[in-house]
Design a protein around this ligand. Structure first.
Ligand SMILES: Nc1nc2c(ncn2[C@@H]2O[C@H](COP(=O)(O)OP(=O)(O)OP(=O)(O)O)[C@@H](O)[C@H]2O)c(=O)[nH]1
Ligand SMILES: [Zn+2]
Length: 390
């Protein structure tokens, strides 16, 4: 019950949109028949880590962008089935309200059905936004949210997932992660105290950017320890250190992340360097391989691992879970494919031409629970080698 304190009505607030660049962009692209897709960034993080502080900072920063911010208000609403909740839009002195039908009083469970509709209705009435930022409750597991915005064509029409930003509290994160983690980590949507701790792991493991906040409360040594711990859980995420959530810039930290439509060499670079496994629960595995003739064998291997939890040829079921996967796959033709996945959903897509020349080495990075120990890492690599050569 007490853990649900910020499941209150979400508020949609428009940040400093006075310059209305969206309007300009709309007018400038009349010949473009495709509807403009608005990027949505999910802001998640442990209770009290600084999510609201970050969003307020963005709301007041001078950026000339039209940003819709969906906030969770403080409140003490218990989860009551089938309640309608409001989504308030503030535009300067104006305030407008959309109604959200929150199935169990929690936006993360209902955003698919009504949150997106509300956002779309809002854009129809108010003009398109450049960006949408969605703050989830401190308990939300982003693994449930990400696929809704990422691959669902119905939603994909107007909104696409730009990335997940996870706020962590530099002072408390190590202690939180060291608390015993129960079986609840595997549960889809747990709200107990035990689960809360597990959710901290999940939120970090799904992050594309980790904002390590409250740097003012720790010394250099504590800060490095916290940063290393976060990187050991998620070697793919960019880590940004802040005081009062004052991110150095918005682009690449909160906006324009392209975390689900592009995989750069830099994204995979840190993960492939090999790191100590500081966290027994969640870690990252980096696999490498040469250029492939096509992606068929890799596709089959991925289906076995992600859909069946089976490492081909290793003769055992994975006793963990995979949360996130990214890769860059060069073909002998010179083409480059990119791999993107959240939990069991994955896609192999053509790389955007970055003009970086031919890529020689293929790389895949997997983040998950109970998969990053030395034995499992070796099993992944040898299985992949055999499957690709077969
Ligand atoms: N010392 C310090 N305090 C901070 C910092 N960032 C935020 N705070 C304070 O920490 C408290 C929680 O910050 P919020 O932004 O409300 O955190 P939140 O993640 O939105 O919290 P919930 O909505 O409860 O999950 C507030 O009192 C902030 O003023 C920081 O960098 N340093
Ligand atoms: Zn929920």
């Amino acid at each position: 019950m007490e853990g649900d304190e910020d499941d209150g009505p979400p508020m949609l607030v428009e940040a400093n949109g006075s310059l209305d660049p969206a309007g300009e962009r709309l007018n400038g692209s009349i010949e473009d028949v495709k509807p403009i897709k608005v990027p949505i960034t999910i802001i998640t993080g442990y209770l009290g880590a600084g999510k609201t502080t970050l969003l307020n900072y963005i709301l007041t920063a001078r950026h000339g962008k039209k940003i819709a911010v969906i906030l969770n208000e403080f409140g003490n609403t218990a989860n009551i089935p089938e309640v309608k909740k409001s989504l308030t839009v503030n535009e300067g002195a104006d305030a407008a309200t959309e109604w959200l039908d929150l199935a169990n009083g929690c936006i993360c469970c209902s955003v698919k059905d009504s949150g997106v509709n509300a956002i779309e209705a809002l854009m129809e009435r108010r003009g398109a936004f450049d960006y949408i930022l969605l703050e989830t409750t401190g308990l939300a597991d982003p693994g449930n949210l990400a696929p809704l915005f990422w691959v669902d064509e119905g939603l994909g029409s107007t909104i696409y997932l730009d990335g997940i930003v996870t706020l962590v509290d530099a002072k408390n994160v190590v202690r939180c992660l060291d608390e015993p983690v129960g079986e609840e980590v595997a549960e889809e949507h747990a709200h107990g105290e035990q689960a809360l701790l597990s959710i901290a792991h999940l939120q970090i493991s799904h992050a594309d950017v980790v904002v390590m906040n409250k740097a003012d409360l720790v010394d250099e040594e504590e800060l490095r320890a916290a940063e290393q711990r976060v990187r050991s859980i998620n070697a793919l995420a960019k880590v940004v250190i802040t005081d009062h959530s004052k991110v150095p810039q918005l682009e690449g930290v909160v906006l324009d992340l392209h975390a689900y439509d592009n995989v750069t060499a830099e994204d995979l670079d840190f993960a492939s360097k090999g790191h100590s496994h500081l966290d027994p629960a969640i870690g990252s595995v980096s696999l490498s391989f040469g250029r492939l003739r096509d992606v068929d064998r890799l596709d089959k291997w991925l289906r076995s691992v992600l859909w069946e939890g089976q490492i081909p040829g290793a003769g055992k079921q994975l006793d963990g879970e995979i949360y996130r996967i990214k890769g860059r796959i060069p073909l002998i033709t010179g083409e480059l494919k990119m791999l993107q996945g959240v939990r069991e959903i994955f896609e192999l897509i053509d790389a955007v031409d970055s003009g970086e020349g031919e890529v020689e080495e293929g790389k895949i990075v997997i983040i998950g629970r109970n998969i990053a120990d030395a034995a499992t890492t070796a099993a992944f690599q040898s299985s992949l080698d055999k499957s690709l050569a077969a």
